[in-house]
Write a protein that binds this ligand. Structure first.
Ligand SMILES: *Cc1c(COP(=O)(O)O)cnc(C)c1O
Ligand SMILES: [Zn+2]
Length: 461
């Protein structure tokens, strides 16, 4: 076993360890989730976060240019020769002054971390840099995933960088157009199954088992290692300060889990002296985390997080046939695979969970677009969540807040065009299904005859 890095069951009461090269991604003793762990004494971790900035000057070095591998001492599970990069993580923390009134936060304190700027247009690329590196290290040739869209786009893209073959499983119907376009264009074998995400997940696992495919879904702990770097870059954008709040959407809960692990480790390494608070935002139509944490009082509890409560909850969900239902397809998930890890993150970061409605998501998305960056629907849940938490008085007007914009504005162009163009959005079947009635910030295109005076009039109106 490598002495520098290994995999370990996240439940301290179990604590089973396996080699860093293992690729089953489940605890051999209890079946639980695995962490990547490090013997920090054997890794030359800088004394201060600031020292990572020295790599900025060497942007012709792919590993220093990468927004993931620039921080490689903090995720040192593979040798440098195996590190896969496509220039991911060139993302920005933007002081979004234009959004200040909408979310009621002081203009100098509201920030958006735009992960849509990644090569495949979502934060998933950070994770794929990690997971493909692990895949390369263990000699994988073929990889697979099930996806609501962005994971398949990222897997398809990184497979070419790592010279591997990719198979992606997608449910029929429910994928945003931009995302399907990417899987096809990047050359992945794309299997559309008649069924939803859960069906795809089950099938891909069966197929991967039989054909020996390397799994790229977010139970893969090496993905979460890559996603830790989003938090390092947020700190970089704040001149290595820790903000008061991090707010992100919650789907399969990989991102929130990785943020918690990032801060847990930084604190242990004494690279920070405090952690931010974390707010995870569910869509109201896919609110498992919210119900479990805020209604049922489920807690991390040092790994003893009440499996009976969890089992009862999911049995009831099945009995009521309560399926996930939201336009924010990237968070349309009712069985989040990283639930226990997210509970740990909430414990580390004194976190909380909220839900936002479809209208709140769509309106927040339009405001993010109008004030400069744009994002896909799921990403806007973070901004809608902030607005709600300000309304409740839980976040102070003067606190420094970072919302994570997880995906690019062009991922789901249909929703954007419908929002601005359709006079009666609520009457369309797709929007009726999720209960959208009225949206507030439509920017309607102006139809005008080909007549100079009419056109001038329309421009001036
Ligand atoms: C995957 C994804 C999410 C959900 O993130 P989790 O880590 O699964 O909670 C949110 N937004 C976008 C754009 C995504 O692609
Ligand atoms: Zn275990």
């Amino acid at each position: 076993m490598s002495e520098v890095a290994w995999q370990e069951c996240i439940n301290p009461a179990c604590g089973a360890k396996v080699d860093v090269e293992d690729q089953s991604f489940a605890c051999p003793k209890c079946g639980g989730l695995m962490d990547v762990k490090y013997e920090w004494k054997l890794i030359p971790v800088p004394k201060r976060m600031k020292e990572f900035a020295n790599r900025w000057g060497q942007r012709n070095e792919p590993l220093n240019f990468s927004g993931v591998w620039r921080f490689r001492e903090l995720l040192r599970f593979a040798p440098e020769k195996d590190m896969v990069t496509l220039g991911e993580g060139q993302t920005i923390l933007q002081n979004a002054r234009g959004l200040a009134d909408y979310v009621d936060v002081e203009p100098h304190n509201i920030f958006l971390q735009y992960e849509g700027l990644n090569p495949s247009g979502s934060f998933k690329d950070n994770g794929m840099a990690g997971a493909f590196t692990h895949a390369k290290m263990v000699g994988a040739k073929k990889v697979a995933c099930a996806s609501t869209g962005n994971t398949s786009a990222a897997v398809a893209l990184f497979a070419s960088a790592a010279q591997m073959k990719a198979v992606v499983f997608i449910g029929s119907g429910k994928i945003a157009f931009g995302k399907l376009a990417q899987a096809l264009d990047y050359g992945a074998k794309t299997i559309q199954i008649e069924g939803d995400f859960d069906v795809c997940m089950q099938r891909v696992q069966q197929v991967a088992g039989k054909l020996g495919l390397y799994m790229m879904n977010s139970i893969n702990p090496f993905r979460l290692e890559g996603q830790k770097t989003i938090m390092y870059r947020v700190m970089e954008g704040l001149n290595w300060q820790v903000p008061d709040w991090i707010i992100c959407p919650g789907g399969n809960l990989g991102n929130s889990s990785s943020f918690g692990k990032a801060f847990l480790e930084l604190r242990k390494l004494k690279l920070i002296d405090r952690v931010p608070r974390l707010a995870v935002i569910n869509a109201a139509g896919a609110d498992t985390l919210y119900r479990l944490v805020e209604k049922e009082g489920m807690k991390w509890n040092d790994g003893a997080c009440d499996p009976e409560l969890e089992q009862r909850f999911f049995e009831q969900m099945d009995a009521e046939k309560r399926g996930a239902k939201t336009l924010a397809s990237a968070i349309e998930i009712n069985r989040p695979v990283n639930l226990p890890k997210c509970l740990r993150a909430l414990a580390v970061c004194d976190g909380l969970v909220r839900t936002v409605s479809e209208e709140e998501i769509l309106d927040a998305k339009a405001m993010v677009g109008r004030t400069g960056l744009g994002c896909e629907p799921a990403s806007a849940a973070s901004v809608a969540g902030l607005r709600q938490l300000r309304g409740e008085g839980i976040i102070g007007k003067n606190e420094k807040v970072v919302c994570i914009l997880t995906g690019h504005a062009l991922k789901d162009p249909n929703v954007t065009v419908d929002y601005h163009k359709e006079e009666n959005l609520g009457a369309m079947e797709k929007y009726q299904r999720v209960g959208v009635k009225k949206v507030s910030f439509a920017n309607r295109p102006v139809l005008v005859a080909d007549d100079l005076e009419e056109i001038i009039k329309a421009v001036q109106e």
